[in-house]
Design a protein around this ligand. Sequence first.
Ligand code: COA
Length: 257
Amino acid sequence: MEWDVERFGAIERWTILGEPRRNSLSVALLRELLDHQARAAADKGLRVVIVTGAGTKAFCAGADLKERARMDEGAVAGFHKTIRAAFDGFEAMPQPVIAALNGAALGGGLELALACDLRIAAEGAEVALPEVGLGIIPGAGGTQRLPRMVGVARAKELILTARRVSAAEALAMGLVGQVVAQDQLAAAALALAERVARNAPVSLRQAKRAVDRGLALPLGEALDLENRLYQACIPTADRQEALQAFAEKRAPVFKGE
Ligand code: COA
């Protein structure tokens, strides 16, 4: 078992169980992740997922370089396909996903976090895309998702220097939304998840899609997409519930339909 899955009501926390190898990404770990994503997509009661790593040293140290050293070129290409599917899988999930960076997020580890919807980091966590120093390039979304998140100039600086960035600097550039003390990370990630989970599930799914897919489109098409995704919220019982709750001055109780 490569992942530990814990349930807190409508929230799940998925923890990478690879502390001795700094939670680096093996083929088995990615395959198990794909299974969890498929299971989550079918789970109507699940509203938010938190992804984190075991221990305090690393969130994820990227590809498992020891496994990589034993791979031939064909196997490396196969790994690359699997990692792409697994990271795109976070975007395809209907639920928002929060990356809780409990330590270093390097290479594929940072790319994993970039594929999530929200990021929160412990004070000591560092992030980097060190690939150009290893004779490759960030190949699991880093060259595309990082510039969309922090801008082209900053992304090129981080990618071309391969330098490590502190949690405070990552916060300043908008790469993470919140930095907390290491011993507060689990609670802060759960609090953030609860804040998200109390909103209407259909709205969360449509809003996530609108942002992710709209960014890839010219503005006019993106606004058409937003309109289509909005329309899908109109017939929901949850929209009626929100109006009723407002009139009755109480918190809405959403059912996801
Ligand atoms: N793949 C496989 N094993 C890894 C690994 C990786 N990506 N990163 C670390 N490990 C292993 C080390 O080889 C070491 O194993 P050992 O105990 O058998 O020697 C163990 O994890 C601990 O590593 P260490 O460097 O001593 O831990 P640390 O806590 O001091 O530092 C990191 C943690 C993540 C900062 C550091 O290990 C690191 O920089 N790793 C390489 C990251 C990297 O370049 N990833 C590739 C991106 S493309």
